[in-house]
Design a protein around this ligand. Structure first.
Ligand code: ARG
Length: 434
């Protein structure tokens, strides 16, 4: 390993303790490395602006930072256990290439604000991906709601057949859900859009750091002013981002549940594209919906990440090494969540309904609520109407189209309000973030 940034003469370093301290940190830092380099660039520019670096020194640093980013991206430079972490790796490389100039980069910064800013840029990027995916999902759901507005199927409560409904109503539900999820992720992105770089170890430094410059250069919406709060926000902002992702994942989990039911022989409403199913190693007859099951299960990874980070935050103010553990949870949670969400658009575009099976499931009991409400409209007190319509002898209706045409309550099958949803989608908070 390269020399530890903080090593002291006469203090021996124990290898197993070092291994425990480092853990998989340097591997995880691969996720954040390009952001760390971008923030190092902004920091170096700031140092030149306040006279700590000459223009020539800045130019050399910027050149080497760009070369490092290139080497990392094309695999020439591997971030591995030769380094304690990504931050040390950047400094070691600059020192190796530029000598004393490289050793100036860390003036006025701490790994504490360095990890914060790299993580924050990563979070903004990942939330942008959540926004874009949720918007794409909502777009598909809206289009299919419109196209399949008249495709009749039962609506369920308690998994029991309840009333006549449509595939259009099913789609509209997911459309509005994912418009909300996009909006939540976009708002969370705005909420965390604050620059922690320049807060150093959590207490500022005796230099007039140009924090306004790094805020602008890194594309942050504002400066995170209080150094102490910058430290307090580590983990807290990760949690907020995971909650926004979790909101989308919660809906994905329920949607996947619907699909796994609808594809059973018992329902038979939906046929999945063949590539979303797998076979069994022993039962030659099986086609299993493994993809939607893994999508459903991915919620657990997001929930676990939230739980782990929340547990870590039981800390007094200031930096504590415990916080390092939050990176693994974050990377794992977002990795699983985004991978699952990313498969959903194509699945939704390509799934096929089986209209005959859906219609065959419309038994006469599904019209009972219509009958009760119609009686009430004619003046019968609803409780009496309800009792009359509970009698199977009254279940004489079979016209699903008539039932749907009469479902005029806003949001109902005859007035789904898709134009309202489409307007919201168009105006969507985050429509710029995709
Ligand atoms: N790997 C560390 C983390 O993720 C970087 C910050 C180290 N700071 C320190 N004071 N030891 O938290």
């Amino acid at each position: 390993m390269t020399d530890l940034l903080w090593s002291k003469p006469g203090v021996a370093v124990d290898a197993s303790i070092q291994a425990f301290l480092a853990g998989d940190d340097v591997i995880l830092d691969r996720e954040f490395f390009l952001h760390d380099i971008a923030a190092s660039r902004a920091h170096a520019e700031g140092l030149q602006r306040i006279g700590i670096l000459t223009s020539a020194e800045l130019d050399a640093l910027l050149r080497e930072l760009a070369a490092l980013a290139g080497d990392f991206s094309n695999g020439t430079f591997v971030l591995d256990a030769r380094f304690e972490d990504g931050h040390s790796a950047i400094e070691a490389r600059l020192a190796e290439r530029l000598g004393d100039v490289g050793r100036k980069i860390h003036t006025g910064r701490s790994r504490n604000d360095q990890v914060l800013v790299a993580t924050r840029l990563w979070l903004k990027d990942r939330l942008g991906q959540v926004v874009a995916l949720c918007r794409e999902i909502a777009d598909i759901a809206l289009a299919r709601a419109e196209a399949e507005a008249a495709l009749a199927m039962p609506g369920y409560t308690h998994l029991q057949r309840a009333v006549v409904s449509t595939a259009g109503m099913w789609w509209a539900g997911w459309a509005e859900a994912f418009i909300d999820n996009a909006e939540r992720a976009a708002r969370t992105r705005d909420w965390i859009d604050a620059n922690p770089l320049g807060t150093a170890a959590g207490y500022g430094v005796n230099l007039p750091l140009d924090r306004a410059h790094s805020t602008l250069a890194l594309g942050f919406g504002r400066m995170q002013v209080s150094p102490l709060y910058a430290q307090l926000s580590r983990g807290k902002f990760e949690l907020a981002a995971l909650e926004a992702l979790g909101s989308a994942m919660l809906d994905l989990r329920r949607l996947a549940w619907d699909l796994s039911l609808f594809t059973t022989a018992e329902f038979g409403f939906v046929t999945l594209p063949a590539q979303y199913t797998t076979g069994s190693s022993i039962m030659p007859n099986k086609r299993n919906p493994d993809v939607i099951e893994l999508m459903r299960g991915s919620y657990a990874s997001v929930a676990a990440a939230r739980c782990e980070i929340e547990q870590l935050l039981s800390l007094p103010s200031g930096y504590h090494r415990d916080l390092q553990i939050s990176k693994g949870a974050l990377v794992h949670g977002f990795g699983r969540g985004l991978a699952a969400l990313a498969l959903l658009p194509d699945l939704l575009r390509n799934l096929q309904w089986n209209p005959d099976r859906m219609r065959a499931a419309l038994d006469p009991s599904l019209f009972a609520t219509d009958i009760a409400v119609d009686l009430a409209r004619q003046g019968v007190p609803f409780r009496d109407a309800y009792r009359q319509a509970a009698d199977p002898a009254s279940w004489t209706r079979t016209d699903a189209e008539a039932s749907l045409a009469a479902r005029v309550s806003p949001g109902g099958a005859a007035d789904m309000g898709l134009d309202v949803l489409r307007d919201r989608w168009r105006a969507g908070a985050g429509s710029d973030a995709g």
